[in-house]
Design a protein around this ligand. Structure first.
Ligand SMILES: Cc1cc2nc3c(=O)[nH]c(=O)nc-3n(C[C@H](O)[C@H](O)[C@H](O)COP(=O)(O)OP(=O)(O)OC[C@H]3O[C@@H](n4cnc5c(N)ncnc54)[C@H](O)[C@@H]3O)c2cc1C
Length: 382
């Protein structure tokens, strides 16, 4: 691996060569997409993450104090795209990492220096605990409570919809440490196996246990696990959501481009109706690619994209659903009736994309943000 910071194109070329040479040792990572059991899938993918970290390739774009090699976060975006172009699925754990990692490095460098390394290296999985039964879109009303106790807090309450919670070692969670509203919220990092944590899988419509709900009964969390300042967790979460909407959209567009190209190859030249839909989806994906690239570059430069990232989320949900609808309609019989592992994976992925208009912030809410805070429309005009 070069010791001088590569350009995005140089890093992609280096990764491509590395995958050609080492890909045969990573069969489990390639197979992960088809693995129907979600836990197995997430765990298998970790071997790819570990190998990339050990090779040094995925260290670019992360600061040195967490074990990285430095350079812009744009390098991480380049790496994710090349993985997809070479036929690999971006590990689920890397998508959570891109949500939590950058904001921890920026707003809680000591916590990041102590805890982030194993996640970057694919040796730990973390999940995100924001949502509660009465606090999804209205996140500021969350009730999971952390009461000061010595040099830490005792946490009692509930979270739900934690993606990859079934395999997660730790959870980055929003808790109430102060008054009602967004100014009384803090973010903590808790071990999923701490005393008093009860983790229960939630079976999704895919048939997979993709999420968990957690019940916390007087769980102790030390002060060294506070992410950002006390009662400033809302601002940490808002910063984090920019990465969740920007880098996640970029990761997904890279995968969707490869999937759509595969669909195009499978459709007969005479099938004009489907070809037209592929063209529409391609246009949507191109818009998503341009928008998420702009967001990632802004974030990498330390800028604050702000409410405009809601546009990325809206484009992402539409593009994901369009491409997976096309994949389903190309082979409707297999989609409905086939029990082969490949058909199971296509079905599971299609179901998951239905939720793209909910997770990471429901689309109605994003449209409201764009209307009011990007376009400046009056509230009554919605
Ligand atoms: C696949 C998936 C993965 C997820 N992963 C995680 C995770 O890892 N961690 C985590 O913390 N959470 C996660 N979530 C939860 C997700 O963030 C919430 O589902 C989402 O924020 C919506 O909250 P809710 O489910 O409570 O729905 P609600 O907020 O009750 O919304 C229900 C409906 O009402 C609409 N609505 C609500 N308020 C308004 C309004 N003011 N104006 C207009 N329309 C409105 C919404 O758009 C939506 O259509 C995940 C969810 C899914 C589906």
């Amino acid at each position: 691996m070069a010791s001088t910071t590569p350009t995005p194109a140089e890093l992609q070329a280096e990764l491509h060569r590395w995958l050609e040479k080492n890909g045969h040792t990573l069969t489990s990572a390639l197979a992960a997409e088809a693995a129907y059991d979600f836990d197995t899938c997430v765990r298998d993918e970790l071997s790819l993450q570990q190998a990339l970290w050990d090779s040094g390739l995925s260290r670019w774009g992360w600061p040195e104090f967490v074990g990285g090699l430095g350079g812009s976060a744009v390098l991480r975006a380049a790496l994710y795209e090349q993985l997809c172009l070479d036929g690999y699925r971006i590990p689920h754990s890397a998508t959570t990492l891109e949500t939590l990692g950058p904001v921890m490095c920026k707003l809680a460098p000591e916590v990041a220096a102590t805890y982030l390394g194993p996640v970057l290296a694919g040796r730990e999985v973390w999940c995100q605990g924001f949502s509660e039964p009465e606090a999804g879109s209205d996140l500021a009303s969350l009730r999971c409570k952390a009461v000061a106790d010595g040099d830490g807090w005792r946490v009692t309450g509930q979270k739900l919809w934690s993606s990859v919670g079934t395999v997660a070692d730790r959870i980055a969670m929003l808790v109430r440490t102060g008054d009602a509203g967004h100014k009384g919220i803090s973010m903590l990092l808790m071990d999923m196996d701490a005393e008093g944590v009860d983790v229960r899988p939630t079976r999704a419509s895919t048939g997979r246990n993709e999420f968990t709900e957690e019940f916390f009964d007087d769980v102790y969390v030390g002060r060294d696990r506070l992410i950002g300042e006390l009662n400033r967790g809302w601002y940490v979460a808002m910063d984090l959501l920019q990465w969740e909407r920007g880098m996640y959209a970029w990761q997904e567009q890279a995968h969707l481009h490869v999937l759509l190209a595969d669909c195009a190859r499978r459709v007969a030249v005479s099938d004009h109706a489907t070809r037209e839909r592929i063209e529409e989806a391609w246009t949507m994906l191109t818009a998503l690619r341009a928008k998420s690239a702009a967001t990632v570059k802004q974030l990498a430069a330390g800028e604050t994209p702000g409410p405009g990232v809601s546009v990325d989320k809206i484009l992402l949900a539409q593009a994901m659903q369009m491409v997976h609808d096309i994949e389903r309609e190309i082979d409707p019989v297999a989609f409905a009736l086939d029990d082969a592992e490949r058909a199971e994976a296509v079905r599971a992925n299609w179901f998951y994309t239905r939720a793209a208009s909910i997770y990471g912030g429901a689309i109605d809410i994003q449209k409201g943000i764009v209307a009011e805070r990007v376009l400046g429309l009056p509230r009554s005009a919605r």
